[in-house]
Ligand binder design. Structure first.
Ligand code: 5GP
Ligand code: MG
Ligand code: MG
Length: 185
C-alpha cells in the first residue's frame, strides 16, 4: 500500500476513504461547473487545511475558474476553536465584482467562516458562496453559515487527513479519519 493510504496507528476510525473523497469532490465539481458556467469564479482556498480539497476540486471543474489563497488561523495547535481568527496571508487578487467561492476544509463552529465572509464582503464581490469539504453534523451549531456546496457531513469528533491536521501532522493522509483522543489529550 502507498504511504498515506494505509491506516495510520493514530487513527481510530476511517470515515471517508480516498475513493469516497474522490467521488464526493467530483460531485461538487459537477455542481459548481453547472452553476458557474460562463462565469469565471475565483476559488479562495483557505490555507492550510483546504489545499488538498481545492487542488482536487479545481481539477473536477470543467468551466473557467481561478484560484487564490488566504491563510487564516483559528485553532493554533489545539483541537478547539479559539474564536480568535488571524489573517496570516491575504489574497493577491482583487475580488470587487468577482464571483467568489470560498473553499474550506471543515465547518465546525462557523467562527472562521463568519469572520472570513465579513472580511471578503467588505471588498464588494459580485457574490460569495461556500464550498465546505466537510461539515460537522451538530444541529444548530453553525446555523448562521449555510454552505452552498457540502462534500460530506462528519460526526462531532476531531478529524484529520485529506489536508486536515493536528499540530501540522496527518495532512498527507489520503483519507479522512477520527484521531485517537489519546494523541491530543
Ligand atoms: P470553526 O471556526 O468552524 O469552528 O473551525 C474552523 C477551522 O478549524 C476549520 O477550518 C479547520 O481548519 C479547523 N477544524 C475544525 N474542526 C476540525 C477537525 O475536526 N479537525 C481538524 N483537523 N481541524 C478542524
Ligand atoms: Mg480551515
Ligand atoms: Mg489546523
Amino acid at each position: 500500500m502507498e504511504q498515506g493510504t494505509q491506516q495510520h496507528p493514530d487513527i481510530e476510525k476511517v470515515l471517508l476513504t480516498e475513493q469516497e473523497m474522490r467521488g464526493i469532490v467530483e460531485k461538487l465539481g459537477e455542481q459548481i461547473s453547472k452553476d458557474y458556467a460562463g462565469k469565471n469564479p475565483l476559488i479562495v482556498a483557505v490555507l492550510r487545511g483546504a489545499f488538498v480539497f481545492t487542488a482536487d476540486l479545481m481539477r473536477t471543474i470543467t468551466t473557467e475558474c481561478e484560484v487564490d489563497f488566504m491563510a487564516i488561523s483559528s485553532y493554533g495547535d489545539s483541537v478547539k476553536s479559539s474564536g480568535v481568527v488571524r489573517i496570516i496571508k491575504d489574497l493577491d487578487t482583487k475580488i470587487e465584482d468577482r464571483d467568489v467561492i470560498i473553499a474550506e476544509d471543515i465547518l465546525d463552529t462557523g467562527l472562521t467562516l463568519s469572520y472570513l465572509i465579513k472580511n471578503l464582503e467588505a471588498r464588494h464581490p459580485a457574490s460569495i458562496s461556500i464550498a465546505a469539504c466537510l461539515v460537522k453534523d451538530v444541529k444548530g451549531k453553525h446555523s448562521a453559515i449555510k454552505p452552498k456546496y457540502v462534500g460530506a457531513y462528519v460526526p462531532d469528533a476531531f478529524v484529520v487527513g485529506y489536508g486536515l491536521d493536528y499540530a501540522e501532522k496527518y495532512r498527507n493522509l489520503s483519507y479522512v479519519g477520527i484521531l485517537k483522543p489519546e494523541v491530543y489529550s
